[in-house]
Write a protein of this length. Structure first.
Length: 455
């Protein structure tokens, strides 16, 4: 279940008043940052302002609707009470397109989902928060389940204003809100390649593993591999930053894939399996470095093909973290969900996911990573020849722990300050109708350096 309290992508102080069901229907993609499909969305209202929201896939089986309605109501209202206080009311959206185009097909979808809308109204009402509007969005039209007047809400529905032609669209553009076509568009930018490049990338990953593992067994210092990995990452980030800008996402990703060679991607993917190296890479989360870093992590996630699918946890988590740091919560949530799908025990993704669910601000993590960077710079200035060795952490008992993640400690501290126990990703409600994340089958390939520390 996606659970947020902030409007997706909104910047500045742009405001708009929504008075009608049609304006609410048009506003939904701007609230979420994408156009939902096969989704139930509940949005809380606090004194007329949008607050928390939850989204869940519509269960295929109607017998599951009651439990889903109750779960969503408890989740939204409980989270709002912890953050902003009890909401005054809730707006419900049921979004599903018909298999066949046309108003008649969309109207059948609306009628089929009517019992689910009633269950949502009852579930919220049982918690003393009324659903003041429940809308079905299907086939570019909307229907209100709350309005019985045919002159206001005709049986054939009303057309949703075309994107980009309304006051809402103009205000969103002014505020810097970007609406994606769907969640699938976001996930497609992070999913493994399914092209003729897969075979070449798999061979490159095999070759990189065969080169790296003997070096580790031969006693090559971890810091040497880390330095090589980070140096290569910085060179690729500069290459991506210097490339001409491409606006459309598919074309931009294709161009980025052309700029990253198979052997370069393979070396970086394997190098990032070391979480200390990954934490160093996570420091590129703001300023001029962040956009090119995000492009690189996306490209690496796409290159984790074939038997190397589990290796995508590192670049996916980095992509999720940088997207969150840049304010793109939609991509952040999808990237972290994908990371925990390929490796449910990946701790950094788990902590970031918990922080997003708890509404923790990204700044504590940024502050921890800035501190680590400054600390390392101080030590390098004091010891320019590098004789001081790597920066390590000291546990409360006094033992040196070279594997403690500064980013993880920042997240854990932020979660503790909120008075909540650190959550595992599995405690968040799963998407209805979808299989729970599971570890891919097959043997872990050489080069997956889990002995260097989990997550």
């Amino acid at each position: 279940m996606t659970n947020h309290s902030e409007p997706a992508g909104i910047t500045g102080e742009a405001k708009i008043t929504l008075r009608t069901a049609g304006e609410l229907a048009e506003a939904l993609p701007y609230l979420l940052g994408f156009r939902p499909d096969d989704s139930v969305v509940l949005v809380a209202l606090h004194q007329g302002r949008f607050g928390g929201r939850v989204r869940l896939g519509i269960p295929e089986r109607p017998e599951d609707w009651l439990s889903v309605a109750q779960q969503m109501a408890r989740c939204l209202i409980g989270e709002c009470e912890r953050r902003d206080g009890r909401p005054d009311s809730i707006v419900a959206f049921l979004c599903q397109d018909a298999a066949d185009p046309g108003t008649a097909s969309a109207q059948r979808v609306m009628e089929r989902l009517r019992p689910l809308a009633q269950l949502l109204r009852t579930a919220c009402g049982s918690l003393d928060v009324p659903v003041t509007e429940a809308l079905c969005l299907s086939g570019g039209r909307y229907w209100s389940y709350c309005c019985p007047r045919p002159d206001c809400c005709p049986p054939e529905g009303s057309a949703i204003v075309a994107g980009g032609t309304s006051v809402m669209a103009a205000t969103a553009a002014y505020a810097g809100i970007r609406v994606r076509a769907s969640v699938q568009e976001v996930r497609a930018r992070l999913a493994p390649l399914e092209t003729a490049l897969v075979a070449d990338q798999t061979r490159a990953l095999d070759a990189a593993a065969m080169e790296l593992v003997p070096r580790i067994f031969a006693g090559v210092p971890r810091e040497e591999v880390e330095a090589e990995t980070l140096d290569l990452a910085q060179r690729l980030m500069r290459r991506l930053a210097d490339a001409p800008c491409v606006e459309e996402a598919p074309d931009a990703d294709l161009k980025d894939d052309e700029l990253v060679a198979h052997d370069e991607a393979a070396a970086l993917i394997l190098g990032l399996q070391d979480r200390v190296t990954r934490d160093r890479a996570a420091e590129w989360m703001e300023g001029v470095e962040a956009p090119s870093a995000l492009r690189l992590w996306r490209a690496l996630a796409r290159r984790c093909v074939g038997p190397y699918g589990e290796h995508a946890a590192a670049p996916l988590t980095l992509a999720g973290w940088v997207a969150w740091s840049l304010g793109d919560t939609t991509e952040a949530d999808q990237a972290l969900e994908m990371a925990l799908t390929v490796d449910p025990r990946y701790k950094f993704a788990e902590l970031l996911n918990a922080a997003r669910a708890e509404g923790v601000d990204a700044e504590p993590v940024r502050r921890a990573l800035r501190g680590k960077r400054a600390e390392r710079g101080t030590m390098e200035a004091a010891d320019p020849v590098g004789d001081a060795g790597p920066v390590v952490a000291v546990t409360p008992g006094g033992a040196v722990d070279p594997g403690v993640s500064r980013a993880a400690r920042g997240l854990e501290a932020a979660l503790r300050r909120r008075g909540e126990r650190r959550q595992r990703a599995g405690t968040r409600p799963a998407r209805a109708g979808a299989r729970a994340p599971r570890r891919p089958t097959g043997h872990r390939r050489a080069g997956r350096q889990r002995s260097r520390g989990e997550g």
